[in-house]
Design a protein around this ligand. Structure first.
Ligand SMILES: Cc1cc2nc3c(=O)[nH]c(=O)nc-3n(C[C@H](O)[C@H](O)[C@H](O)COP(=O)(O)OP(=O)(O)OC[C@H]3O[C@@H](n4cnc5c(N)ncnc54)[C@H](O)[C@@H]3O)c2cc1C
Length: 427
């Protein structure tokens, strides 16, 4: 079924007002045509508009329709695979460039919220929670690694200290990152879109791109119009489908689900998360949660490889909520939804160019709130002729999933089952 508006999430129900943006009709010309109005597309568009480029964004549904308007809202630093993996695969010089960018996304978000006065419930502080001794060892190593790349806002939490920030018995310790934090993601992307428009940028909603004619001046087609541009940026991520088969071949859309409780009393909410930090655990298939601006518990988890929609999201996620916070056993769930992120085999993002003038960034593999903001800046840099940071990402090696499009789902699910068993056994 063709979707025409935001999914029925808590975020859509509490979105700040935004204008209706008409579909593209007829022909137009611009410097840059961006496909997709999530964080990647809007971040790139805003960076470019700030530098004087004329930019047109084409969005299939509405601004923030995809993962950017549905996610856990957690500002998580670095990449889904950490900088040590990059050090091992690409060597010290590339790792230095990519490592220096690992904490930039959170800074970009904070700068934008401040500069454009975006109302998106921004809060500082994110916790990584350890479920066993191995997770804790991993966090100790991660702290040392991140400190080498300049993050000085980290604190290891022992089993007593973690209980002061998360009121549950299931964790053995954790790590607090005060440069992490959380936001209402849909309101962030809507605010960034409004900032882009205030600089003369154009957004057409309800304008799915059906074809790109490649050439010295690429032409981007929708059902009722076309845009000629010097450059195209493809930012459709897990919702892009097969528009560019070479991008679909090395990535796999996956679903993850989120539930949101009714508003909690002030007393209950502050007894669960006294400092209002967001939390994600260190399991391979992780749980992530936080309080909303109006004191609801927003709790996500689970992965559906291949992005089929589960029939009963509450039944899937509620047991994890109650295991973490038995205090919420009688709570009512007001919203439940699913969203798709794009997995790559390496779990590192894919950034690159097709031909001379079509650029893309995709595949943050679950952690994309910060990276997409860096990607937007890096794409704007390369269009201005500064390619060093773009080249650092473009050099990351990427491979197709084993089993091809037919068998990649069962193969990946088998791999995930193995890692889940290791988590359960504390290995
Ligand atoms: C449920 C969920 C929870 C998550 N939680 C977190 C979290 O807490 N922290 C974190 O860091 N990351 C999280 N992520 C990941 C993060 O949300 C994504 O990495 C990020 O939002 C991707 O942004 P994007 O702009 O690349 O893609 P999207 O936000 O998916 O945007 C792509 C856009 O392109 C449009 N589009 C696609 N094809 C076309 C076309 N042909 N023509 C026009 N438009 C098109 C789509 O309609 C969509 O609006 C989560 C993801 C999900 C799904």
């Amino acid at each position: 079924m063709l979707e025409t508006q935001h999914t029925t999430s808590y975020y859509a129900a509490s979105a700040n007002p935004s204008p209706a943006r008409p579909a593209l009709q007829g022909s137009s010309e611009t410097d840059v045509c961006v496909i997709g109005a999530g964080f990647t597309g809007i971040s790139a568009a805003l960076h470019l508009a700030e530098q004087g480029f004329r930019v047109t964004v084409l969005e299939a549904v509405q601004v923030g329709f995809g993962a950017s308007g549905r996610n856990g809202g957690q500002i998580v630093n670095s990449y889904s695979r950490d900088i040590d993996v990059i050090e091992r695969t690409l060597g010290a010089d590339q790792a230095r460039l990519l490592g220096d960018m690992a904490f930039e996304g959170g800074r970009i978000i904070r700068e934008r919220v401040a500069r454009y006065g975006i109302d998106c419930d921004l809060k500082d502080g994110g916790v990584f929670a350890a479920l066993n001794g191995n997770h804790m060892k991993h966090l100790e190593a991660q702290k040392k690694l991140w400190e080498r790349y300049g993050n000085t806002q980290l604190e290891l939490l022992d089993d007593r200290r973690i209980r002061e920030v998360v009121n549950t018995d299931i964790y053995t310790g954790g790590m607090l990152d005060m440069s992490g934090g959380h936001i209402h993601p849909l309101n962030l992307v809507l605010g960034e879109a409004a900032a882009f428009e205030s600089l003369g940028g154009i957004i057409h909603e309800h304008s799915p791109v059906t074809r790109i004619d490649q050439g010295s001046i690429p032409v981007v087609h929708t059902a009722e119009g076309q845009v000629k541009a010097r450059y195209v940026i493809v930012a459709g991520n897990a919702y892009l489908g097969n528009l560019l088969p070479q991008l679909a071949a090395k990535s796999m859309p996956c679903g993850t689900q989120v539930i949101t409780t009714e508003p909690l009393s002030e007393e209950l909410a502050s007894s669960l998360l006294p400092q209002d930090y967001c939390v994600e655990d260190c399991a391979y298939l992780l749980d992530y949660y936080r309080l909303s601006g109006d004191r609801r518990m927003i709790f996500g988890g689970g992965v559906v490889y291949g992005a089929r929609d589960p029939s009963n999201i509450e039944a899937l996620i509620r047991p994890n909520l109650i295991k973490t916070f038995p205090q919420l056993k009688d709570v009512k769930i007001d919203y439940a939804w699913t969203g798709n992120f794009l997995l790559t085999l390496s779990r590192l993002p894919q950034v690159g160019r097709i031909g001379d003038n079509i650029y893309y960034s995709q595949g943050c593999s679950g952690h994309g709130v910060t990276f997409t903001h860096v990607a937007g800046r890096v794409l704007a840099e390369v269009l201005r002729g500064q390619a060093e940071r773009f080249d650092a990402f473009a050099a990351l090696p990427h491979y197709p999933f084993p089993g091809g499009r037919l068998l990649r789902v069962p193969f990946t699910a088998m791999g995930a089952w193995y890692y889940q068993m290791r988590d359960k056994l504390g290995l």
